[in-house]
Design a protein around this ligand. Sequence first.
Ligand SMILES: *[C@@H]1O[C@H](CO)[C@@H](O)[C@H](O)[C@H]1NC(C)=O
Length: 164
Amino acid sequence: MAMNLVAGWSLLSALLVLGVQGEVPAGELSEIQNKTIQLVMEKFHQRDLSNGYRMTSVVKAVEELYVAGLFVNVEFLVKQTSCHKHHWTKPECQPTKNAKTYNCFGCFKFEHESHTVFSHVEECVLPRHLNQGRQARRNDLCKEVERRDNGKKSVGKYSFLRKE
Ligand SMILES: *[C@@H]1O[C@H](CO)[C@@H](O)[C@H](O)[C@H]1NC(C)=O
């Protein structure tokens, strides 16, 4: 019995460790995770870009429920398309060959019912600029967002970490 429990836990930990990195299929994203990606991309397209970009893969999608609100952390890749940036949402805008790629990250905290954003941080950088220091800074900023509003973790905490 005890052995089974230990085996069960180590299997679970192995799965969770696997889940931290890797790809999340877009079809498995929740509505609020999609909204978060959308918000990060809207901000990105306010930059001085001439072309639109398209999300091509999701590296990470985490969602946690707090008493103070819903916390969402996403990391994904966007690729340059041949469309003008004003048309970036059009489905026909597909990435070009050898498209310029950015790694985007967003941490958002939403109010429960309204899903109004009350704290957020986001950034898109070239993958080669994503060094350890930058990664650490992202994590720090993200934790600040997660803790905002003195949110106590509720009993119904849940999170998604997946690998394809
Ligand atoms: C989120 O977006 C993806 C496409 O990027 C879609 O396949 C998925 O169904 C969406 N999820 C929800 C819950 O709308």
